[in-house]
Design a binder for this molecule. Structure first.
Ligand SMILES: *Cc1c(COP(=O)(O)O)cnc(C)c1O
Length: 336
């Protein structure tokens, strides 16, 4: 495996910190919890998509793109990081935003990630729920091409084999940090959605023979579907890297018990996770992804899934700027 042979445009502040969470670990009374701070990748308030965009935007530049298109939910962190990357590289950005929640709150529609999309100069169009958003985006890209533009399209979440290379890179970075700190890690846990993060991580971990179980906590699809999506992408990512067959189906594990009513709709456990992390460690989680991942971590600790003394790394995938788009779910007026 040689990651260095792929074009890459530096966008992220790397390596991101790997830190202990002693107060959270004590509060939960289970394993020793560590956090990998991919919320601190730096680009326009950070997040996991920036690692993927290092490889995706390099490909766009190589193709001479003058406009990149992507799609996501209204409060998409991926759309915002793509808008930011494009601004930094002097490429236009066009976003298709899907209304997946039905929320009509001003902050949801115009604050948080949407505010930053606008500040980075992206053009935006909207879609109702339930369409094939990648197909919608390709149709719009064709219109730009008909006008003579060189359009580069990025699938939702940046999750294709090129984007997943960013999380192969994260796996290598973490393994190096574990060695440097003398940290014998027993589990890695993170939120999984469009699958590129988990696919890249499992490919990197497997290629390095790391033997550290990886658990994705789902935010949308049911377990079978999520694992299938991750596995299929990991297979393609391993082929791209020149190590075909390195990922075993059994090593792809997702737990989708913490989705609640649906994508982008915070459950009670989501809000509790935001509260616990903010009060014990001053770590801000987001209501769509990282807090659902953390809710899974918290519940599994309470159920004794991780042994006392084990070391668990929670990969924080970012998204806290989305909190301002979800102010209506926090009872702020009663407390402030
Ligand atoms: C996109 C995203 C995820 C999920 O990553 P995928 O690669 O789409 O599975 C997790 N957390 C945050 C904050 C995200 O924006």
């Amino acid at each position: 495996m040689n990651l260095a042979k792929f074009p890459r445009t530096r966008l992220a502040h790397l390596p991101t910190p790997l830190e202990p969470l002693p107060r959270l670990s004590a509060a939960l009374g289970g394993p020793e919890i560590w956090i990998k701070r991919d919320d601190c990748t730096g680009l326009s308030t950070g997040g996991n998509k920036t690692r993927k965009l290092e490889f995706l935007m390099a490909e766009a530049q190589q193709q001479g793109a003058d406009i990149v298109l992507t799609q996501g939910a209204t409060q998409s962190n991926h759309a915002r990081q793509t808008a930011a990357a494009a601004a930094k590289l002097g490429i236009d950005c066009h976003l298709l935003l899907e209304d997946r929640t039905g929320y009509n709150h001003e902050n949801y529609k115009y604050n948080g990630n949407v505010l930053l999309d606008v500040l980075h100069g992206a053009s935006i169009e909207h879609r109702g729920p339930g369409l094939d958003m990648n197909a919608e985006m390709e149709a719009v890209a064709e219109k730009f091409r008909a006008e003579g533009r060189i359009a580069y399209t990025i699938p939702g979440g940046g999750s294709n084999p090129t984007g997943a290379l960013g999380y192969v890179n994260c796996a290598l970075e973490m393994l190096g940090q574990f060695v440097d700190l003398g940290l014998n890690v027993d589990h890695i846990v993170h939120a999984t959605g469009s699958a590129g993060t988990q696919a890249g991580l499992i490919t990197g971990l497997s290629a390095m023979n790391a033997d550290i179980p990886l658990l994705g906590i789902g935010v949308r699809a049911p377990k079978d579907k999520q694992e299938e999506n991750v596995y299929n992408l990991a297979v393609k990512t391993a082929e791209k890297l020149g190590c075909p067959g390195v990922v075993a189906r059994d090593d792809v594990v997702a737990n989708c018990d913490y989705v609640g009513e649906g994508y982008g709709l915070p459950a009670e456990s989501t809000l509790e996770a935001i509260d616990i992390f903010a009060r014990t460690e001053a770590v801000l989680l987001d209501p769509v992804y990282s807090a659902k991942g953390a809710a899974g971590l918290i519940d599994l600790i309470r159920k004794g899934h991780f042994a006392k003394g084990e070391k668990v790394v929670f990969l924080h995938t970012g998204g806290a700027i989305g909190l301002t788009g979800y102010s209506h779910v926090f009872d702020v007026a009663a407390k402030a």
